[in-house]
Write a protein that binds this ligand. Structure first.
Ligand code: FAD
Length: 388
């Protein structure tokens, strides 16, 4: 087969992972990224065993693990700081072959970008149109025009490629709560375990990054608002969370005020298809989900290796994309629904409902919780018998 060319729109985690997966299978790839450079926001990211299995296929699992922190465990606490449930990372590894790894997003993106030829990465290249004129696929962008054999729309929640190939699709819907993310300065004595503390209509979580820093995240139910960052958001966090149990106040004190980011949370109503002809949607462009399971990027990594697998050994790109759609759509839409349900429970605010929630969490054995995660975390890469 002559060398085939793919244009990937969007250089986030999903786009770069797709470029690596295709490049490793002999495709010529270009990644068109609108931003002036390939980078990520100042926050951490959790990668679960299913993501590490996808990274194994990309040859990057060891690299990413070395960039991240692996805690012994963590869990969920109630508003007074009492444990409701615990997770054990050794048990996670025993069941699913990998631990939960948390790393800085910028480190992950750098590792992905470094796995690609430098001339395939084209920043400052906003894509303005994607069309199929019957004979050619045409991608119009700041730097001109591309005519590849395959286009992958990995351009995130407000995807332009999605609007081009599925103009009828319903747009993202607000989950009803906003999220803050931040990274502390290095701490002399960081907490020994991560935790998510569940309050009434609000949650605060923290987990270790390498070098004594902690990645913290918080949510609160409120009407939608523009994304914001900086000292005013830090002040808002203090107002809401300074009276929560330790180590939350200590962590907030260790966060540089200008390091606080706030984004409202959205997910995407299910699309009837992730593909049209030789154009595929992937990652948040296809199935943006709330971050309650920490699975958005994990699913994008799964998408990337599955897409490359489907394209392997067949000259018929459109048929391969139909297979990709058949495999990935039901799975990612189920994870999206599950994440939304967990978020609704986590954000409960009516006191009797909070009491029932917390009691149920306290009474559920850890192994039951872990086993219930098997459909999500027990994913195996297509064609991968070794980990099956
Ligand atoms: P994006 O990261 O959105 O990348 C899209 C890229 O496309 C961007 O670089 C953008 O600049 C570019 N782009 C957009 N339009 C164009 C255009 N027209 N032309 C060219 N380029 C364009 N997931 C996890 O797995 N674990 C977690 O712990 C986790 N925590 C999260 C916490 C929060 C608060 C949030 C909001 C999300 C979290 N997620 C997590 C989800 C995860 O961040 C996303 O699912 C993931 O980053 C999606 O990657 P992507 O490449 O599909 O999209």
């Amino acid at each position: 087969m002559p060398q085939r060319a793919a244009t990937i729109v969007g250089g986030g985690i999903g786009g770069l992972a797709t470029a690596i997966a295709l490049h490793r299978r002999g495709w010529r790839v270009e990644v068109l990224e609108r931003a002036p450079e390939f980078t990520e926001v100042g926050a951490g990211i959790s990668l679960w065993p299913n993501a590490l299995r996808a990274l194994e296929v990309l040859g990057l699992a060891d690299t990413v693990r070395a960039l991240g922190a692996v805690e012994t465990g963590g869990g969920v606490r109630d508003r007074r700081g009492r444990w409701l449930s615990r997770t054990d990372n050794a048990e996670l590894t025993r069941r699913f072959g990998h631990p939960l790894v948390v790393l800085h997003r910028a480190d992950l993106l750098r590792a992905l970008a470094e796995a690609l030829p430098a001339d395939s990465l084209r920043s400052g290249s906003e894509v303005t149109a994607v069309r199929d004129d019957g004979q050619h696929l045409v991608v119009e962008h700041r730097g001109g025009e591309s005519r590849p054999d395959l286009v992958v729309g990995a351009d995130g929640l407000r995807s332009a490629v999605r609007r081009a190939v599925r103009p009828d699709a319903v747009g993202p819907r607000y989950a009803g709560y906003t999220a803050w993310r931040m990274v502390t300065e290095p701490l002399a004595e960081p907490p020994s375990e991560g935790a998510a503390t569940w309050g009434r209509g609000a949650r605060f979580g923290y987990t270790a990054l390498p070098g004594g820093r902690m990645y913290c995240f918080a949510t609160a139910s409120r009407p939608p608002a523009e994304a914001a960052s900086g000292p005013s958001e830090h002040a808002e966090l203090l107002r809401r969370f300074a009276s929560w149990p330790e180590p939350i106040p200590a962590l907030l004190a260790a966060v540089p005020p200008d390091a606080v980011l706030r984004h409202d949370l959205y997910d995407l109503p299910p699309l009837p298809s992730f593909v049209r002809g030789r154009v595929a949607l992937l990652g948040d462009a296809a199935h943006a989900m709330t971050p309650n399971l920490g699975q958005g990027a994990c699913q994008a990594l799964e998408d990337a290796v599955t897409l490359a697998h489907c394209l392997d050994g067949t000259p018929d790109v459109a048929a391969a994309l139909r297979s990709y759609d058949l495999v990935r759509r039901p799975r990612t839409q189920a994870v999206t629904r599950r994440s939304a349900r967990l978020g609704a429970v986590g954000q409960l605010s009516w006191p009797p409902a909070v009491l029932v929630r917390d009691t149920a969490a306290r009474l559920t054995p850890a192994w039951v919780t872990l086993r219930s995660m098997t459909p999500v975390l027990g994913w195996t890469a297509p064609g991968d018998r070794a980990t099956g």
